[in-house]
Design a protein around this ligand. Structure first.
Ligand code: IMP
Ligand code: MG
Length: 178
């Protein structure tokens, strides 16, 4: 185990089982639809790559990246779109795939942003949900794990851009986070 990790919360096996179950559910829910999977960079990349392999349907993929403007504008929920999708989603069923739903700022903004392009539907899929920290009235349509108010890293999730490559998800040693 990485020495900076205090506790492993979800092992590779836990993650793989949850992602596979979610893939099965999406396969049945989106059967016959025109599914577009949209990954929110960077945190969702490992989850996204594993999840799409568990969806047994024709689908297309695209990527978005967004960042908050800064503390003064965070409360307005406005985000800076750093990378937009390049495909036309009009009439299609969009599933936004995110690593973690925290305050809800990111996903509520991205959902409204993509909904303006007249897709048939826009739904939200997150690996982790931290409902205790929510500031926006938003719920995930699909979520694998609900967690307490604690900061996690690994399997795509970072602290200061590090630990994304860990194959498991854990809690950092408090001595490491300053
Ligand atoms: P939201 O807009 O507040 O919902 O924030 C979502 C983003 O915050 C996620 O995409 C992550 O990048 C980041 N984030 C929130 N909680 C954690 C965590 O526990 N570990 C790592 N990143 C987190
Ligand atoms: Mg993120």
């Amino acid at each position: 185990m990485n020495p900076e990790i205090k506790t492993i919360l979800y092992s590779e096996e836990d993650l793989s089982k949850a992602v596979s179950e979610l893939g099965n559910k999406l396969t049945s829910d989106y059967e016959g639809r025109e599914l577009v999977l949209v990954a929110v960079l960077k945190g969702s990349v490992l989850f996204f790559a594993d999840l799409m392999r568990c969806i047994d349907l024709p689908c297309t993929i695209d990527f978005m990246a967004a960042s908050s403007y800064g503390s003064s504008t965070v409360s307005s929920g406005k985000l800076n779109i750093k990378k937009d999708i390049s495909c036309d989603i009009k009439g299609k069923d969009v599933l936004i795939v995110e690593d973690i739903l925290d305050t809800g700022t990111t996903l509520s903004y991205l959902k409204d942003y993509l909904a303006q392009r007249e897709p048939a539907s826009v739904k939200l899929c997150t690996l982790f949900d931290k409902p205790a920290r929510r500031k926006k009235p938003i719920t995930a349509d699909y979520s694998c794990f609900t967690i307490d108010d604690q900061f996690i890293v690994g399997y795509g999730l970072d602290y200061d851009e590090k630990f994304r490559n860990l194959p498991y998800v854990g809690i950092l040693d408090p001595g490491y986070c300053k």
